[in-house]
Design a protein around this ligand. Structure first.
Ligand code: DGY
Length: 342
């Protein structure tokens, strides 16, 4: 039987080309990139494949994993892998991989784009202009907040929650704005002497920051990290930015905070019940909302596709993948090897 990789939804040609060159059979569950793959097609695809390439939009839960009797790897084309039941995959001896590193800079860029857009009210003022409402310049037209020190010369404080690859890339960009940077992570990172970053406890960071940006993975411990309690800790002038995962923020509490001006604004790339928005969020003028485009540059998406293909081919050959998220699986007796025998 020919070895088959099932790609849940069409990925960039950069990755598909690699799979073709390797001579494997590729089946794509959904060719239209603006549509999801339906569950029945996903399960049928997994049932008949050796390796699955999934996107963050697919729920690869126990049902999906058990559906694949010969499944010996899941390569997620994303750095986040909260869509996959990794514990069950490990029990079944199935390695799971992700695509870290290649999207770091692109996501940090979007974080800054959102921060600046919200602070200087760019989308709101653009909508006003396009609606034909710009009649005359005025001294109070779309007053925003300074990101750099502004005329006062006072540096603003950026709070980074999650000081991993992306958090650090965001911090590097803050230097150009002469910001004071506070960082928090569950694992305290080494900050070397050249870093202009100060370590802070979570609540201290939240209460002291002018801008707060989230870069932690979604886990049971980080779900609703930003909720009514933490929103009320923020300064009324503060801005929240998230390009990580929607469920980090209690979106209903955020809508209340935006409506009642507990905080000045929020810029979101990700949503709790994506692609749906919490009721009222889209009506908040102090919110900037974009559709999960953190890693959306042509080059980065090509690199993600290539890395997912590398991981998938390694899974297929029974080799250690470049980016396994459950590396312990390789030492388990249940590890699914290409020969089919655990
Ligand atoms: C990821 O990779 O996890 C992002 O959310 C999409 O690129």
């Amino acid at each position: 039987m020919a070895e088959r990789i099932f790609v849940s939804r069409r990925i960039p040609e950069a990755g598909l080309g690699m799979l073709r060159e390797a001579g494997v059979e590729i089946v794509i569950g959904q060719q239209d990139t603006e549509r999801g793959v339906d569950r029945a097609t996903l399960l049928a695809g997994i049932r008949q494949c050796d390796v699955l390439i999934s996107l963050l939009t697919e729920r690869i839960d126990a049902e999906a994993l058990y559906a694949g009797p010969r499944l010996r790897g899941v390569a997620n084309m994303a750095v986040g892998f909260n869509n996959i039941d990794v514990a069950t995959a490990t029990t079944l001896g199935i390695p799971v991989s992700n695509t870290p590193g290649v999207l770091t800079e692109t996501t940090a860029d979007l974080t800054w784009a959102l921060l600046l857009a919200l602070a200087r009210r760019v989308p709101e003022s653009e909508r006003y202009l396009r609606a034909g409402r710009y009649r005359i310049w005025g001294p109070d037209l779309f007053l925003g907040t300074d990101v750099g020190p502004g005329a006062s010369g006072t540096s603003r404080t950026l709070g980074i929650i999650g000081y991993g690859r992306i958090g650090r890339a965001v911090a590097r960009r803050a230097h150009g704005f002469d910001m004071r940077v506070l960082a928090y992570d569950v694992v305290r990172a080494d900050i070397d002497a050249s870093d202009t970053v100060t370590w802070a406890e979570l609540d201290t960071l939240i209460a002291a920051s002018d801008f707060i940006t989230l870069h932690v993975p979604l886990t049971t411990a980080t779900r609703h990290l930003i909720d009514e309690r933490t929103l009320r800790l923020m300064k009324p002038s503060a801005i929240l930015i998230t390009t990580a995962r929607g469920e980090l923020v209690h979106e209903h509490a955020l809508v209340t905070a935006l409506r009642e001006h507990w905080i000045a604004g929020a810029a979101l790339d990700v949503y709790e019940d994506e692609p749906a928005l919490a009721p009222g969020l889209a009506d908040c003028p102090n919110a900037v909302l974009v559709p999960h485009i953190g890693s959306a540059s042509t080059d980065t998406r090509d690199r993600m596709a290539r890395l997912a293909a590398h991981n998938a081919l390694a899974h297929l050959r029974g080799e250690r993948a470049p980016n396994p998220v459950n590396p312990e699986v390789y030492d388990l007796p249940s590890f699914r090897s290409p020969s089919g025998a655990p």
